[in-house]
Design a protein around this ligand. Structure first.
Ligand code: PLP
Length: 819
């Protein structure tokens, strides 16, 4: 194990945290909290003890932070997200409170290796991918830049599935992060709320022309809070991540039980608990739709009741809500909050509808994460009405106002009125959650400059014309604590020795490193650290998969969810073409490469699962062909998650960010790699565009169609078959795949995938292939000139500071939250 970050001297903790004190506390926790004698304690017991010792120090800071928020009356930010892809917390918390080194020594003195027990901590994988990881980076950055914030989400018992490979196919297994308990969280029995579903709405007349509505739900469950502290850098502030679990109102139906129906007696209990049992995979099947809507309403209602209760502890009424509170909706998953807040303010707290609507709109803001039509949420009206009858009324009432205003004040025609309606009228009637989030918010932001512009032109074109001041951009970021300091301690220390400490607190001080980019001695040290990180990954691949990869080869890495728009297929086809070239031209000097992939496919996404199988089938043939002479290897590393990313990112030479232009909203994987000194090969998509602006176009390899060109070709149609026939490399590679060269056991396995490229090529794989292959040979040329390679990759590290999520959060705080 390598020696991890030595950041102890950067952040003194308040109470004494020398190794003797820590060792004493470790033994105390082990004995009195876990009930174990050190002689018989298992590594898991030591892990729990270490977390509890760290948690106590975090808790001191947490209470200070809460007290400070109350006494200053600072505005509170609430970040509502159905996903938080956190990963492990122990190293992060210990780094941020500055006790990592002393804790390591304390554990060593007790015969325990910190790195060994750290590996036992399960990833909190309460998210699918980038959206959930962003929420986790934001929690850390909000605490770091001292914004009083609460994250609200769901405490899924099973996070994102564990991925295994069976003969190259993805197999999904349940993930059980809570199997050994969760020492980080505090259960808050006193913070619980009733959440209703179904039933009917009663109308009560209260004086002339005035009515009051009372929702009488048919079903009710209890939401119970679990709090996890979110520690900022140097523990300046500790915020709260509050996750809700569902419990039954009647844990057991005693009459049924006594009548001998022992299973039926637990019906209510099982039903309630199934609500928060599993995280939804990115795509939902129709059967799961209702449960998904229930999850969304459940966590929104609990969070809003909690927010309103807290507000009334400090203020006499809700007129002050928009000044005291900002609620950020992370995508449309929490969009039902808009209707729920109006319901709580009117039906429960007696405000007039107009006032409630005005308060809601000034309190909410919404982040859009995708333009993919299939990912824009909408619910069938009959389902929405049956589950949330009062919210359906509110949606209609809001819609009536918005549409009247659009027609009367803005003179919109019928077609444009239909476009902005909260109800989809063509075909099955559906509630459009994106439009609801838009009209219920004072700010709607995209996550990269390009994505924000496309949002104005596509999904929200008509709403944008109506409300031109609402759409704004906040380019995503990543926390440099997890994604540099903790995952790449060697590079972190080298930077610190070279440019001093300023960048530790402010990533935008990193450009000072630019001065070292051409320095031979620095380049060598930079290269040695990369090599050490590659050795670590080689060992992991060797021990986990039994595949030997050479750390001297170029590590070319594409890790992210498997999706056609992310174009892992383009990368695999290029590998096949390269394989062909290496065999046909043994006389040429090929750059040795290892193409590494990792990522999960949504369980019902057929093509994505087939792409995983293709990667594995291609790997099997290439890796075992002596004619390749070790010049090319293909490896698919199973079970991509945050912890695997923390090992793969620092080991990358080349970062693959090759989505079809216009389809990746931002990406954050792209930022992690560049910050850790990889060269990017990518399209002008998402945040790649801004990365090029920051690192300089000579330090990034850009290829392929622009978003505008893709849109034009899609509108006018193109002829992929003709494109393929003009490219010998491409047609040979596609024919090899389609004819079963890599799948002799089932020659037709990939015929459908290849047909898709021939017939419509929606993702522009054929259209971009030649440009991509050419860009890859440019990468080879740069690699061959090591001085040039390191001068570029060092400049990437130096110039990525702007992509810190601290910068993103400061922008949200200033422009959106006014916190
Ligand atoms: C950063 C990250 C992502 C997002 O990656 P993209 O390349 O931006 O899609 C997804 N999953 C994990 C585990 C991550 O760490």
């Amino acid at each position: 194990m390598t020696n991890r970050a030595t950041t102890n001297d950067l952040a003194p903790a308040p109470r004494s945290s020398d190794r003797e004190q820590l060792a004493t506390e470790l033994l105390e926790r082990l004995k009195y909290r876990i009930g174990k004698d050190p002689k018989v304690a298992k590594p898991h017991d030591w892990l729990t003890a270490a977390i509890l010792v760290a948690r106590d120090r975090v808790t001191d800071k947490w209470m200070d932070s809460t007290r400070r928020t109350y006494s200053t009356g600072a505005k509170r930010v609430y970040y509502l997200s159905l996903e938080f892809l956190i990963g492990r917390l122990m190293r992060d918390a210990m780094t941020n409170i500055g006790i990592l080194d002393e804790m390591r020594h304390a554990l060593t003195s007790l015969g325990v290796d910190l790195d060994v027990i750290a590996e036992l901590e399960p990833d909190a994988a309460l998210g699918n991918g980038g959206l959930g990881r962003l929420a986790a980076c934001f929690m850390e950055s909000m605490a770091t830049v001292d914004v009083p914030a609460y994250g609200y989400g769901i405490r899924y018992v099973h996070g994102l599935f564990r991925q295994q490979m069976a003969d190259g196919w993805q197999v999904e297994l349940p993930e059980t992060w809570l199997a050994h308990g969760n020492p980080w969280e505090f259960e808050r029995r006193e913070s619980s709320y009733e959440i209703g579903f179904g039933g009917a709405v009663e109308t009560i007349n209260i004086g002339e022309d005035k009515q009051r509505f009372v929702w009488k739900p048919a079903e009710r469950v209890i939401a119970t809070a679990y709090d996890t502290p979110a520690v900022g850098w140097r523990a300046k502030r500790v915020n709260t991540l509050r996750l809700w679990a569902a419990n039954p109102i009647d844990p057991i139906l005693l009459d049924a039980f006594n009548a001998g129906d022992h299973i039926g007696a637990l019906r209510e209990s099982n039903k309630a608990e199934s609500l928060t049992r599993v995280l939804y995979p990115a795509d939902a099947t129709p059967a799961g739709q209702e449960l998904r809507l229930r999850q969304e309403f459940f966590f929104c209602s609990a969070s809003l009741q909690d927010i309103l209760r807290r507000h009334l502890q400090q203020y006499p009424d809700f007129t002050s809500l928009p000044d005291a509170v900002a609620i950020q909706l992370n995508d449309t998953h929490p969009a039902v909050s808009v209707a729920e807040l109006v319901r709580l303010l009117t039906d429960v707290h007696g405000l007039d509808f107009d006032i409630a609507w005005d308060i809601a709109r000034r309190t909410f803001s919404y982040t859009n994460h995708t333009l993919l039509p299939e990912a824009l949420e909408s619910w069938p009206v009959p389902l929405f009405e049956r589950l949330l009858p009062r919210h359906m009324q509110i949606v209609y009432a809001v819609n009536a106002r918005i549409l009247l205003e659009a027609r009367k004040d803005h003179g919109l025609d019928d077609q444009r009125v239909r476009n902005i309606s909260l109800i989809e009228e063509s075909g099955e009637r559906r509630v459009r959650m994106g439009n609801l989030a838009f009209v219920g918010s004072h700010s709607i932001n995209g996550v990269s400059a390009l994505h924000t512009e496309l949002m104005k032109e596509t999904v929200f074109a008509d709403l944008h014309k109506l409300y031109p001041d609402r759409i704004n951009n906040k380019t995503n970021g990543i926390t440099p604590r997890r994604w540099l300091m903790q995952c790449n301690p060697g590079l972190f220390e080298l930077i610190r020795e070279s440019i001093g400490d300023a960048f530790v607190d402010d990533a935008e001080a990193l450009p000072a490193l630019d001065a070292f980019a051409d320095n031979r001695d620095f380049q060598e040290r930079f290269a040695a650290i990369k090599r050490e990180n590659k050795n670590r990954l080689s060992n992991l691949v060797g021990s986990r998969m039994g595949v030997r990869i050479d750390p001297a080869a170029m590590f070319d890495i594409q890790i992210k969810r498997i999706h056609e728009y992310k174009r892992q297929l383009l990368n695999i086809i290029e590998a096949v073409a390269l394989y062909d070239q290496i065999r046909s031209h043994p006389e040429l000097d090929w750059v040795p490469r290892v193409k590494l992939f990792a990522g999960k496919a949504a369980p019902s996404y057929h093509n994505a699962k087939l792409i995983i199988k293709l990667a594995n089938d291609v790997a099997k043939v290439i890796n075992n062909d002596p004619a390749v002479r070790g010049l090319l290897k293909v490896v698919f590393v199973p079970n991509y998650n945050v912890s695997l990313a923390e090992i793969m990112v620092p080991a990358a030479d080349l970062s693959e960010q090759i989505s079809t232009a216009g389809m990746e909203a931002s990406g954050t994987g792209n930022m992690k790699f560049a910050l850790n000194g990889a060269l990017t090969i990518g399209t002008l998509d998402g945040a790649n565009v801004e990365m090029r602006d920051h690192v300089g176009e000579e330090n990034i390899v850009i290829f392929g169609m622009t978003a505008e060109e893709v849109a034009k070709v899609r509108a006018e149609g193109h002829n992929p078959r003709a494109i393929i026939e003009q490219s010998r490399e491409l047609s040979q590679a596609l024919q090899a795949i389609a004819s079963g060269v890599f799948s002799p056991d089932d020659r037709n396995r990939f015929a459908g995938l290849v047909d898709g490229i021939y017939n419509h090529d929606w993702f522009m794989v054929a259209a971009d292939f030649d440009a991509y292959a050419k860009a890859q040979r440019e990468v080879d040329a740069i690699w061959t000139d090591k001085t040039s390679w390191y001068s570029k990759t060092i400049r990437n590290t130096a110039r990525m500071g702007w992509f810190s999520s601290d910068r993103t959060i400061r922008q949200y705080a200033k422009d959106i939250w006014r916190a």
